[in-house]
Design a protein around this ligand. Structure first.
Ligand code: MG
Length: 387
């Protein structure tokens, strides 16, 4: 094996001690196992669809906003930098980050909430669990197995949250949600890199969309601190460059805090293996108390002022209706779906009943991009539209 990272700390995930793949495969002559996982994710259909899935703004609202694809790339970039400094497994971190949102429905959280409500009587819908379902089952790329057959540690990182019921069904992978053990440091890092990425890029997108106000943002310590530094140093800078300079510095500030605080926690706990990381009472990747509070304030601010902004809510309200209409129509008559889905739904209904059929419908709806969902809605409900 030629490209296993060579400077891994003893607490980093190491493929030689991995719990491996669900279906046994020979190793590759040149690529490490986590590199192969990353490559499989990038070549997947679900990954390509992320470009037309909403992060906060629906794709057709503008070309400059983040999509789920660019969000995932930003998450991976942040996490790889931190992984390199902490000497943990960078290819694994990258694979987790690139895959973490594969299960997202169209229209972001509004879509997920609507689909979850539709699925209430059939086991619910949770995008994290769906990401795992995509890589374990739904991708059709290999002759010998369903899904992408990823390594245990990659799948563990993708599954950030999980209900006890789903955890019990998952066997080994669900154990930590029942036994309250920790995931690998790579999984812990990917989780926080996700939050760092969206906290920062949502400010950028929110200001660009005219929904957030710079003066108000200055009341937040994370933003205000960098704002004061940037305006003192570059008093004549244009608004857009000022915003980018502030956000660039905010990311650096938070990531530096994360790396330094995590290094301190790791040193204090002294885990000598991944098993020791898993046995800890709490995570070893985290911010200092100060930055944790500041991040929480920023999150609350975005929740109130961006995600609940009336213009965002109007769009998400429409989006939720599209999801509900599609789900209801396909449940009432599965033959309205393209044959590859309707045949699966009919077979599921015959063998396992209504809930199994609903899961196939949810898979189809969740896999849609924003624009495909809108188009499919028109084709089903607009008499003048071609079917
Ligand atoms: Mg994300």
């Amino acid at each position: 094996m030629t490209d296993i990272p060579t400077n891994l700390a003893p607490y980093a995930a190491d493929e030689r001690e991995s719990l491996g793949r669900q279906h046994l495969e020979p190793s590759h002559a040149y690529r490490s196992e986590y590199h192969r996982d990353r490559d499989r994710i990038i070549h997947s259909t679900a990954f390509r669809r992320l470009v037309y899935k909403t992060q906060v703004f629906v794709n057709h609202e503008g070309d400059m906003f983040r999509t789920r694809l660019t969000h995932s790339l930003e998450v991976a970039q942040i996490a790889r930098t931190a992984a390199g400094i902490l000497n943990i497994n960078e290819p694994l971190v990258e694979a987790i980050c690139l895959a973490h949102d594969l299960g997202h429905t169209p229209f972001g959280h509004a879509g997920q909430d609507a689909l979850n409500a539709c699925m209430r009587d059939y086991g619910g819908f949770e995008h994290n669990f769906q990401s795992l379902r995509v890589v374990d089952l739904l991708e059709e790329r290999y002759a010998e197995f369903p899904g992408l057959n990823l390594m245990f540690e990659t799948r563990e990182g993708i599954l950030k949250h999980c209900s006890a019921r789903n955890a019990r069904e998952l066997g080994d992978l669900g154990m930590r949600f029942l036994g309250r053990s920790q995931p690998s440091l790579e999984a812990q890092l990917a989780n926080l890199a996700d939050e760092i990425a969206y906290n920062n890029h949502d400010i950028d997108d929110g200001v660009r969309a005219g929904l957030l106000d710079e003066a108000e943002l200055c009341e937040l310590e994370l933003f205000g601190r960098q704002y004061r530094e940037v305006t003192a140093r570059y008093p004549d800078i244009s608004g857009r460059r000022r915003m980018h300079e502030i956000i660039r510095r905010m990311i650096n500030y938070v990531v530096t805090d994360l790396v330094e605080h995590s290094a301190g926690m790791i040193a204090a706990a002294g885990p000598d293996s991944v098993a020791a990381v898993r046995a800890q009472a709490g995570p070893l990747i985290g911010y200092s108390e100060e930055v944790r509070q500041e991040s929480r304030d920023l999150k609350r601010y975005l929740q109130k002022n961006l995600y609940q902004h009336y213009r965002v809510l109007r769009m998400t309200n429409k989006a939720a209706k599209v999801i509900r209409d599609l789900f209801t129509a396909f449940m009432e008559d599965q033959r309205l779906m393209p044959p590859e889905h309707s045949l699966k739904a009919a077979a599921a209904m015959d063998s396992d009943g209504e809930a199994a059929k609903a899961r196939i419908v949810a898979d189809y709806v969740a896999g849609m991009t924003d624009r495909y969902a809108i188009l499919e809605h028109q084709r089903l409900f607009e008499p003048s539209e071609r079917t």
